[in-house]
Design a protein around this ligand. Structure first.
Ligand code: ATP
Ligand code: MG
Length: 317
């Protein structure tokens, strides 16, 4: 896939980003340990992983803000380390923890950031896009957490970047603001902007990202579309019901087709290769015991199941 941008200053072919064998160490921590991938133009690329996985370090090397120990990062055909200042004009960055000038108002800070670039989007347009109209004259220090997040995205867009980096952009946003940001990101990508984002929200990765990389301990564990990654690993489905304590683990595990049993917080899940046989066996067993499995349902594996299997941790740990 290669989406050409029509309004950009320089036509670039090939991937927007190429990261090869990237490594970065902090004292005794190997934060990034041999990461390689490519991101295509116009793609929305998501990076997931537990706290400390190395996402921010990787993203900051792509932004030219951190110098890798070894490996290569090319963004828009520029070397992100050696050509960082040329790159800066053409990328947008929303840091995970942005330090904003506390006494400037929303309008003033967007104007100020715009003045750093040769080319900038009108302040009003950015205020509208991020729904900051009601807070336009508020000092940044009094903004709520979600409003600050929206402002840092507005600032990242000020130079109409060809590549946009968003580090946990929707953390702290209410559901409406989150959906609205997804819409904005989709529109940008449809116009050819390349977007790299990190997230701890599965729904965000599933709904928004064309491809994701799951990282842990500085490495990419899996990379691909969400549906490919999930279906490659899980051919099974789960028969789930409100747990019946009278049934033992071995009894559930012995149901026809069953491959494993997961019981958690009052819900039982029997993973199976044969849904019909498992449900038939379950109903026979519960009838025999004169109990009833309430809220019987079947579900497919989700990104969270994949994440748990890969990292042994839940996304929000
Ligand atoms: N400036 C630094 N000095 C020392 N260690 C650091 C520094 N920045 C990050 N680290 C360490 O490097 C590892 C990777 O951190 P990084 O911020 O890249 O993780 P992350 O995947 O973004 O995590 P999170 O989901 O919490 O944002 C962590 O163990 C972290 O403690
Ligand atoms: Mg981070």
């Amino acid at each position: 896939m290669s989406v050409q941008r029509t309004s950009g200053p320089v036509a670039v072919t090939g991937p927007a980003i190429r990261v090869h064998e990237l490594r970065k160490r902090y004292a005794d921590i190997q934060a990034v340990d041999g990461v390689s991938f490519e991101v295509q133009r116009g793609e929305i690329f998501g990076m997931l992983g537990p706290n400390g996985a190395g996402k921010t370090t990787t993203v900051e090397m792509m932004e030219g803000l951190r110098v890798p120990d070894s490996g290569e990062v090319r963004v828009l055909d520029l070397d992100a380390t050696r050509q960082a200042s040329a790159l800066k004009q053409r990328i947008g960055v929303a840091l995970q923890t942005a330090a904003l000038y506390p006494n400037l108002t929303v309008t003033e800070i967007i104007d100020l950031f715009g003045s750093f670039y040769r080319r900038s989007r009108p302040t009003q347009e950015l205020i509208d896009a991020l729904d900051l109209g009601e807070r336009r004259d508020a000092a940044t220090k009094v903004l709520s957490g979600g409003q600050r997040q929206r402002l840092s995205v507005a600032l990242a867009l000020v130079n109409d970047p060809e590549v946009l980096f968003l580090d946990e952009p929707t953390t702290g946003m209410d559901p409406q603001a989150r959906r609205s940001l997804w819409g904005l990101v989709r529109d940008l990508a449809a116009r050819g902007t390349t977007v790299v984002l990190t997230t701890h929200y599965m729904e965000e990765a599933e709904e928004l990202c064309d491809r994701i990389a799951v990282m842990d301990h500085g490495r990419v564990l899996e990379l691909g579309t969400v549906s490919d990654l999930v279906s490659q690993r899980f051919h099974e489905r789960a028969v789930r019901f409100t747990d019946v304590p009278a049934l033992t683990d071995p009894e559930l595990a012995a149901l026809p087709g069953a491959t494993r049993v997961v019981r958690d917080q009052g819900t039982a899940e029997v993973w199976t290769r044969d849904v019909a046989a498992t449900i038939g066996g379950l109903l026979a067993l519960t009838r025999e015991r004169a109990v009833e499995p309430a809220d019987l349902a079947v579900r497919r594996a989700t990104l969270e199941d994949l994440f748990l299997e890969l990292t042994g941790r839940a996304l929000r740990d």
